[in-house]
Design a protein around this ligand. Structure first.
Ligand code: ZN
Length: 291
């Protein structure tokens, strides 16, 4: 063996050694698994990211389940289709019917009979777990069409995903006390004691925490008020990305890192419930059968 050959063998062995040896402290523990309970894969007329890129993003950030919605519902069909075709292994897709065709429906759906028809038509496709996200402010929730949607979800064992203020949540509960409501954004900045009062009033209310203010202080530390809420109601909170605009897709990793930053400050069993356990319990079993 020439010196040159000896050198080559040595270099190869050194390279193999470097590849095989990873110091234990470099191997980070897996980040906590997350169920994204507020996802929009809008398709107007094209999605912000291709389906493959979205699925890669979920894998990269250990998002193992999604509450999938889209305006119009075609984006949700694509996510459900990806799962059916084996493109989304390890991802649990929980589709909700979005009661919107175009963005302007946000401001009028609650008085629009054609939206009720849309919900009924979409439901017939099967596989849905709920209706939402929809928007309601105050008395806008008090219409017959909203009551019909609420009753429809109760009859068919579906959930609601409501972006609603305190008054609108109370009206939704009043429409049908058996309604199961995911409260998108959990009132944004509503005082924690008012959030607690609603959770006490309606046992089938879950707070989703995207854009929710006050959870951490300026330094990223959990505030005492929210730590107390999570400890008192560990089964009642969910987290989500709310990818309502393209910018939210671009910052998807930061959003998930933000959640993990305060989840790690909670007792592990509570963190696991909020990160994914509560969603898994809420959507346990197959989608309600179409009747
Ligand atoms: Zn949203």
């Amino acid at each position: 063996m020439s010196a040159r050959q000896r050198y080559s063998v040595f270099a190869l062995l050194a390279l193999l050694g470097a590849l095989l040896f990873v110091p234990p402290h470099v191997r980070a523990a897996d980040p906590i698994e997350i169920f994204d309970a507020h996802l929009h894969y809008n398709w107007e007329p094209k999605p912000a990211l291709a389906l493959d890129d979205v699925l890669a993003l979920f894998r990269k950030h250990r998002v193992t389940g999604i509450l999938a919605t889209s305006r119009p519902n075609i984006g949700t069909h694509a996510l459900v289709g990806a799962k059916a075709q084996g493109m989304a292994e390890g991802l649990w897709v929980v589709p909700f019917i979005r009661p919107y065709r175009i963005r302007a429906d946000i401001g009028s759906w609650f008085n629009d009979p054609s939206i009720y028809d849309l919900v009924l038509e979409e439901y017939k496709r099967g596989g849905y777990y709920g209706v939402g996200e929809f928007h309601l402010t105050g008395r806008a929730a008090a219409t017959d069409w909203v009551r019909k949607v609420v009753d429809f979800t109760v009859t068919n064992n579906l959930c609601l995903h409501a972006h609603a203020d305190e008054e609108a949540v109370r009206i939704l509960i009043g429409h049908n006390p058996k309604s199961r409501i995911i409260w998108a954004h959990t009132g944004f900045s509503l005082a924690p004691e008012r959030v607690a009062a609603l959770l006490d009033q309606h046992p089938a209310l879950w707070g989703e925490l995207s854009y929710r203010g006050g959870i951490t202080d300026g330094s990223g530390k959990l505030t005492p008020a929210w730590r107390a809420l999570f400890e008192r109601y560990p089964d009642r909170f969910l987290i989500g990305s709310d990818t309502w605009i393209n910018e939210r897709w671009m910052s998807y990793g930061d959003i998930m890192a933000g959640y993990r930053g305060w989840l790690v400050q909670l007792p592990p069993e509570i963190a696991a419930k909020i990160a994914h356990g509560n969603a898994k319990a809420l959507f346990a079993g197959p989608a309600p059968a179409v009747r």
